[in-house]
Design a protein around this ligand. Structure first.
Ligand code: FEO
Ligand code: CA
Ligand code: CA
Ligand code: CA
Length: 652
């Protein structure tokens, strides 16, 4: 039973038991290490606040007492206790209110939630499972309204052992599979702030659920390609649904980007031999296997590789849709590449072009960006439709100080027929192999990658990579057996006044290393004055002052590290740079997703995901029953709204 569960639930250990599927020899050069060490000491002097010397051994967790010299942080809140609790907690003086939970009503058709009487039909109208990306859209479009808007929420994956009474993998029913499919995707709700408190507008015309059954259009260079054609869609341009939508992004014209991340676990069965000869290595590179994480393929023919071997080629893309139009058909934008997209953060470059940053979250996979050909038009929303179809995808190659963006373009460099590519569609379908050939730098699991609108620099959360060896250490991934992850700060030319995000060369430096400095293996660096430590940065957000808010996901290491996942924040400049403070703690066994500020910085929406998803935790006996704490209710992923009791700016 346990072994079956283990096979099924990489969720607790997101990717942790996957080896990573990058077989390329894009390994770092040892000679860089020495230069890195020299460089690191120079950086320390430069910022005068990195920690090993100033700080080594003085950082504390809840059991410690020592304090480093005070940094001058602009964040004024008092930290809550840095401990794991069954309940969530937030800094004193703030409110943390549950807004919507798994199963709550989204559309007007939704019935009340009853965990003992679930159905696919009900779930298709109710709030989905495992909320991840959260995006706020002011009402009306373009208004900048911070007190009335739409919330889009991704539902990344499902945790059936916590959703269904008596669930086992081998006895999963057809209904359970269909409920899981309806619990994936996204939700749109309308929210309004009245008398200082947020509520959902019931039966809003904007309310919508997107599921694994929602019809979508495929656009861009791979649309209509033979490798995307199936029996149910001989055009290769129509696909049902989206899966594993982790983080995402907001376009400047008010649409949602939903990233398809771990899409490999959604089809199963054996590939026909003739197809395997061609597509087999591609499936391997993406980790697509016969014994899928989700058994849906046993009841849904299109997810069975023996029946529809091309179906999975229609996943792993970036999905765009318009939350202001509930009838709009989502589009899979193939120009942004096919990989395990963590998210997709947009910024308008100085010349008006759109730039989108996106990490491929797997051990030893890569960082990408996309630059549109055309320019953004926020006045005429429809005028932007080609921006995500016509442009250039780049992959990142780091050396000692420099970051080079390499075009992932058919016909350039090794991306030719000699290497099996016959078109840009091929290159995009096999984005990872193209990037392998280009010599991209294998990273320690790139999660959120976000440009800071205030200082123009770009911040990449690298969550961890325990499989990196000493020989594989390089300048930008400087630790072997990287348990706690790090944050890289990338500097486009011209930042901050004339930032050129489209440039093909940036500089970079390491902003922060996670981990407990008291542990020798860690060697973490924080700004002076930090009194907590964090592990495994995952998502991030910037408040209106440009301060960095970091959400963490330790996976199964949460219990071992004995610190909660949650929200941490720090300045990015000045003496408070990288001086981390702890702001919000998730309930037990949850990870922190979705940080999103309203434009005025007075509301922070967050998404505690998979509360109670610990070892041996079940529907009947979960490790927490957050947020309801009722005996007849399992734990429920939920969106939480944080406001300051005095109505002021978050973090002040
Ligand atoms: Fe779904 Fe990379 O976190
Ligand atoms: Ca996640
Ligand atoms: Ca994530
Ligand atoms: Ca993660």
């Amino acid at each position: 039973m346990d072994s079956l569960k283990d096979r099924y639930t990489p969720v607790v250990v997101e990717n942790e038991d996957d080896l990573g599927t990058n077989p390329s020899s894009n390994t770092p050069m040892l000679e860089l290490i020495e230069r890195r060490l020299e460089r690191r000491s120079m950086m320390k002097g430069f910022f005068a606040m990195t920690a090993l010397g100033a700080f080594g051994g003085t950082i504390t967790n809840r059991s410690g007492l020592a304090m480093a010299a005070e940094g001058e942080t602009s964040l004024t809140f008092t930290q809550p206790d840095h401990v794991i609790l069954d309940d969530h907690q937030v800094a004193p003086g703030y409110r943390a209110d549950v807004l919507i939970r798994w199963g709550d009503r989204v559309t007007a058709k939704a019935p009340e939630f009853d965990p003992q009487a679930q159905s696919p039909e009900a779930q298709a109208e109710q709030f989905g499972y495992n909320n991840d990306f959260v995006a706020y859209y002011p009402l009306p479009y373009g208004s900048g309204n911070s007190e009335h808007g739409l919330l889009h929420v991704n539902h990344e994956y499902t945790s059936p052992e916590l959703m269904f009474p008596g669930w086992t993998f081998e006895e999963q029913t057809e209904a359970q599979s269909l409920i899981e499919m309806m619990a994936h995707g996204g939700s749109v709700i309308e929210v309004i702030k009245e008398n200082g408190q947020w509520r959902i507008v019931d039966d809003s015309d904007f309310a919508r659920r997107i599921t694994v059954d929602t019809e979508m259009e495929v656009t861009g260079p791979a649309a209509g390609h033979d490798r995307l054609k199936t029996n149910y869609d001989p055009t290769g341009t129509r696909v049902l649904g989206t899966v594993n939508n982790c983080a995402g992004g907001k376009t400047p014209w008010g649409t949602v980007l939903m990233a398809e991340e771990n899409f490999h676990g959604y089809v199963g069965g054996e590939l026909p031999a003739d197809v395997a000869a061609v597509e087999g290595p591609v499936h391997e590179r993406y980790g697509i296997k016969a014994d899928a994480r989700y058994p849906w393929w046993k009841v849904v023919d299109r997810l069975d590789r023996s029946k529809e071997p091309n179906e999975i080629n229609r996943f792993g893309w970036m999905v765009e849709y318009d939350p202001y139009d509930p009838a709009s058909m989502p589009k899979k934008r193939t120009a942004l590449g096919r990989f395990k997209h963590e998210g997709a953060t947009c910024i308008v470059n100085g010349d008006g072009r759109l730039v989108v940053y996106s990490g491929d979250d797997e051990r030893f996979d890569y960082l990408y960006k996309y630059v549109s050909n055309g320019t953004v038009n926020v006045e005429d929303r429809a005028a932007n439709d080609a921006l995500l179809d016509e442009g250039t995808l780049y992959v990142a190659q780091f050396d000692e100080d420099k970051l080079t963006w390499l075009p992932v373009v058919f016909g350039e460099g090794p991306l030719t027929e000699a290497n099996g590519f016959t078109s840009q569609a091929d290159v995009l379908l096999e984005t990872r192999r193209a990037a392998d050939l280009l010599g991209a730098t294998p990273m320690d699991r790139p999660e959120d990658v976000e440009p800071n609108p205030v200082n123009g620099r770009v911040y990449m959360m690298l969550t961890n990579n325990t499989r990196r060896t000493e020989e594989q250490v390089d300048a930008v991934n400087p630790r072997a057996e990287n348990r706690h992850g790090h944050i890289v700060e990338m500097v486009p030319p011209g930042a901050p006044d004339a930032t050129d995000h489209a440039a093909t060369e940036f500089t970079w430096n390491i902003f922060l290393k996670g981990g407990n400095p008291a542990e020798a293996e860690s060697g973490a660096e924080y700004g002076a004055g930090t009194t907590v430590w964090l592990s495994s940065p995952d998502n991030c957000a910037f408040d209106p002052k440009g301060r960095l808010w970091i959400s963490t996901d330790q996976g199964s290491s949460q219990a071992r590290n004995d610190i909660p996942d949650g929200m941490y924040a720090c300045d990015v400049d000045g003496s408070g740079r990288a001086m981390v403070k702890f702001f919000y703690g998730c309930p037990r066994d949850a990870e922190m997703c979705g940080p999103e500020f309203t434009p005025d910085g007075r509301t922070l929406f967050i998404a505690p995901q998979h509360p109670g998803e610990g070892a041996d935790s079940t529907f009947e006996s979960p490790s927490t029953r957050w947020p309801d704490f009722a005996d007849n209710m399992p734990p429920r992923p939920a969106i939480v709204v944080i406001t300051k009791e005095d109505g002021g700016e978050i973090g002040a």
